[in-house]
Design a protein around this ligand. Sequence first.
Ligand code: FAD
Length: 486
Amino acid sequence: MQLHWHRRDLRVADNRGLTMAAESGTVVPVFVFDDEILAHAASPRVRFMLDALAELRAWYRDHGSDLLVAHGDPKEVLPELADEYDADRVVWNKDYSGLARHRDAAVRRALDEAGVGRDVVHDAIHHEPGSITTNDGEPYSVYTYFWKKWRKREKESPYDAPDADRLADVSGDELPSIDELGFDEPDADVQSAGTAAARKRLDAFCDDAIYRYDEDRDYPTRDATSRLSTDLKFGTIGIREVYRATEEAKAAVADESDSEPDGDEGDAESNDEATNDDVESVEEFQSQLAWREFYTHVLFFNPEVVSQNYKEYDHDIEWRNDADELQAWKEGKTGYPIVDAGMRQLREEAYMHNRMRMVVASFLTKDLLVDWREGYAHFCEHLADHDTANDNGGWQWAASTGTDAQPYFRIFNPMTQGERYDADAEYIKQYVPELADATADTIHEWHELSEMERERVAPEYPEPIVDHSERREQALSMYKRARGDD
Ligand code: FAD
C-alpha cells in the first residue's frame, strides 16, 4: 500500500507520480491542508483549489476510492497516515519553488525517521531544472538559447489515469469550506476549476485561437490566449496533455493542406503560406509554455529572486515608493485608462491579460517609480494563477532587474499601448465604466484633455496622477544612478 500525496497536481490523468504509484501497488490518495502554505494563499486561489479538489474527490469516489483530506503539517500528518493505512511508501510530484522544497525536505526527513519509503517524481514541467543548460552545464539566463534547446528535446506522452482496481477502498472526510480555511469568498469571478473545465479550455483553444495566437495574443479583446494559467498552476491538467494537443493542432494543419485539391500554382503558394503561418502560431504558443519552464528553472537555481533583484545594479535603485500613487494603481484610478482597465480586470476576474500585465507593471515601476516587490505582492494577493516563478519573472522583466529583462531605457508609453492594443477602447470601456460614453479618441488622449473637457466627457474618471514624459525622465535618471552612470 502507498500514499499518493496530491499537491499542485489536482488531477488523475497525466499525473506521473500517481501513475508510478499505481503501477507498483494499491494507492491511497491524500491531500493535506498545510497552514504554512495557506499563509501564502489568497481567496481566489483557495476557491479554485477547493473546487478542483471537489472534482478530484468525486472522481475517486466514482472509482471505488476517496481522497483523504487532512489538515496540519505534512511532516507530521504523512507518517501518521502511512502508519494508519499500513503504507510503506509515499509518492509525490516535485514542486520546484523554494518554500515547497524546504517543506519537502522536512517531510523526507520525517518519513525516513518513521521508516517509510518515498518517491519524489518529476512531473510539472517537461524538462527538469538542470536538464537544459549551457554547454558548460550552467543554467540559462537568456530565454532564447533555452528555447532553442527546449523545443528540440523529445517530450514525454501523457500518462493514463490509474485503473480503479489500483485504488484503495478508503473513505475520507468532507472538504472544508473556504470559511473554515480562514478565507472569505473572493470578490472576483474566478474561472471554473477542475480537469473537465481545463480540457474544455484546451480543446476550444486548439480548435481555433491557437492558429491566430501569434497575431492576436497581444490584443485583450480578441480572446486569443488559452486561459490555462490557473490550470497549470494547480495541475488540473498535465503539461504533457497540453503539449500533445498543440502537436495535434499542428498535425491537423498539415493534414488539411495535404487534402486540399491541387489548384493553380498561385493557390498552392498561398496555401503553403497559410499552413506555415498556422504552424508558426502553434509554435509561438509552445514557446510560452517554454517561458514557464524557463522561469521555473530560474527560480530553482536562484530562490532568492523572490525578494531580490536577479540582476543587481552597482547601487540600490532609489524607488520613489509614494503610498498614494501605489494605492491609486491598485484601485485602477491612475487616470491612465489602459492601466486602470488592467488593474480592474485583476480585481474583477483574479486574472489579467498578459499584455496588460506588462503595461501595468511597467507603469508601476517606471512611471510611479515604485519597487516591483509592491506590485508582485499585489498580484500575489489577487491573481488566481499566481505562480512564484512566472509572477516573479514577469515583474523582474518589467522592472529591468530580471534575467531577460527589458533594458532599463525601454519604457512603455501607456497611451501608445492603449492605442495600439485597444484601438476602439473596447477593453477599457469593459472595465472602466466611467469612460463608457467617451469616444476611443478621447480616451486615448485623456492625458492631453483640458480639465473642462475631462469634466464634460467623464466627470467621474480621475485625471492622470503623473505626467508620463516627466516620469520617464525621472525613471531614466533613477536607473542611471543605480548603474553608476550619473
Ligand atoms: P497563454 O498566452 O495562453 O499562455 C499559455 C501558458 O504559457 C500560460 O498559461 C502560462 O502557463 C505560460 N506563459 C505564458 N506567458 C508566460 C510568461 N510570460 N511567463 C511564464 N509563463 C508564461 N503567469 C502565470 O502563470 N502566473 C503569474 O503569476 C504570472 N504573473 C505575471 C506577472 C507579470 C508582471 C507578467 C508580465 C506576466 C505574468 N505571467 C504570469 C505570465 C502571463 O501573463 C500569464 O501566464 C498569461 O497571461 C496567462 O494567460 P493564458 O493562460 O491565457 O496565457
